[in-house]
Design a protein around this ligand. Structure first.
Ligand SMILES: [Zn+2]
Length: 329
C-alpha cells in the first residue's frame, strides 16, 4: 500500500524519531524498562493461584505520541477493552486450564502515563497500560488510516499479544521455568504458541500478524531501535513473528513471508536460495516451538485422575493441546 508508506515516510521526521527513543515510548515488552529479577517469593503452600483481572479507573486523558494525539481517551479505551470481554475469556480459560502455580497473579489494566506493558517481579503483577492500546490505535488509525473498526480490532489483537508476552515473563518467573536464550525472544515465541493453542489457526495468525505489523510500522517510522536494547530490533522482531506464522501454514502465508523477507532486507541481498533456506527453517521452527513449550509447561499441570505417571507425550506442532495429564493452554 504505497500511499500508506508515503504517509509514514512523510512522518518519519527527526522529531518523531527523537520522540520514539526518548519519550518513554518504548514499552517494557518492546524495550528496556529494567525487568529486574528479584528472589522468587513462591511459597510452598498448597494454594493454587489464579489470575485476577482488574480494570483500574482511568482519566479521560488522550495519549500523545510525539505530536500525535490519540483519537480515543484512555477512558474510552478502558471501556472498549471491558466491552469486548476478550481478556475475561482469556483469564477464565487460564484459570481453568489445570495450571498449578502457588500464588495469585493480578493482571491489571491501568493508566500509566506511557505506552507500556510489563511483568513486575517485585510486585508479582502483570500490568497492561491503556496507553499501550492507545499507541496501537495511533499507528493503525492515525498513521496508517485503517478504518476505525479495523484499527480497533488490530489494536486489541496487538494488546492480546502484548499480554501473552508478559504472561511468558510471569510464568518463567513464577514457575521457575528453565527457559534459555534471550528472554524477550523466548516470550515472543511463547505468545505465538499460546495464541495457536487457544484460537483457531487463522485467528491466531491474524493476531500475530497484527503484532508483526505493529513492529513493521515502528521500523518504518523509527528504524531498528537501539542496539543495546534487550529486545530484538523492530525489523527482526516483525520477521520472527511472520516466520512462525508462515511455519504454521506455509501455503497460506507464503506471500506475506516473501513480502516481509524483502522488506527487512534493505541492502537487497535477497536471492531465491536464501529465501528458500529461511523458509525451510521457519517450517521447522514452528512445530519446534510448540513442542518445546509443551514440554516446559506440562509438568506444571494437574494430572487427570491423579495419574502422575502419565508419560509426557511429544506433541506435533499445532496439536489440540490435550494430554492425559491435563489440558494445555
Ligand atoms: Zn518483555
Amino acid at each position: 500500500m504505497n500511499y500508506q508508506l508515503k504517509y509514514l515516510k512523510f512522518l518519519s521526521t527527526f522529531l518523531l524519531s527523537f520522540s520514539l527513543f526518548f519519550t518513554g515510548f518504548y514499552p517494557d515488552y518492546r524495550a528496556s524498562a529494567g525487568e529486574i529479577k528479584t528472589e522468587n517469593k513462591q511459597t510452598k503452600s498448597n494454594k493454587v493461584g489464579k489470575f485476577i483481572l482488574q480494570y483500574q479507573p482511568s482519566s479521560s486523558n488522550y495519549y500523545e505520541f510525539g505530536e500525535i494525539s490519540a483519537k480515543f481517551s484512555n477512558q474510552e479505551i478502558r471501556q472498549k477493552l471491558i466491552e469486548t470481554q476478550v481478556f475475561d475469556q482469556i483469564i477464565t480459560e487460564l484459570n481453568t486450564s489445570g495450571l498449578i502455580m502457588r500464588e495469585d497473579i493480578p493482571v491489571v489494566f491501568q493508566e500509566c502515563g506511557n505506552a507500556n506493558a510489563y511483568w513486575s517481579p517485585s510486585e508479582r503483577q502483570i500490568t497492561v497500560c491503556y496507553e499501550n492500546t492507545a499507541l496501537d490505535l495511533i499507528l493503525f488509525n492515525n498513521l496508517v488510516k485503517y478504518p476505525s473498526e479495523q484499527a480497533w480490532r488490530k489494536s486489541i489483537n496487538e494488546t492480546v499479544v502484548a499480554f501473552y508476552h508478559e504472561l511468558g515473563h510471569a510464568l518463567i518467573d513464577v514457575l521457575s521455568l528453565s527457559a534459555v536464550g534471550q528472554e524477550e525472544d523466548t516470550v515472543d515465541e511463547f505468545a505465538v504458541v499460546m495464541l495457536f493453542r487457544k484460537y483457531n489457526p487463522s485467528i491466531a495468525a491474524e493476531m500475530v500478524l497484527d503484532s508483526s505489523e505493529y513492529y513493521e510500522l515502528l521500523y518504518k517510522i523509527g528504524g531498528r531501535g537501539p542496539g543495546w536494547d534487550e529486545h530484538a530490533p523492530n525489523d527482526k522482531r516483525l520477521f520472527n513473528l511472520v516466520c512462525l506464522v508462515y511455519g504454521s501454514n506455509p501455503e497460506e502465508y507464503e506471500k506475506i513471508f516473501i513480502e516481509k523477507f524483502v522488506l527487512v532486507d534493505p541492502n537487497q541481498t535477497v536471492n531465491q536460495d536464501k529465501l528458500n533456506s529461511r523458509a525451510a527453517k521457519c517450517k521447522r521452527e514452528f512445530p519446534q516451538k510448540m513442542d518445546s513449550w509443551n514440554k516446559l509447561l506440562l509438568p506444571h499441570y494437574a494430572s487427570q485422575n491423579g495419574d502422575q505417571k502419565t508419560p509426557v507425550q511429544s506433541s506435533p506442532g499445532n496439536s489440540p493441546g490435550v494430554s492425559r495429564r491435563g489440558r494445555y493452554w
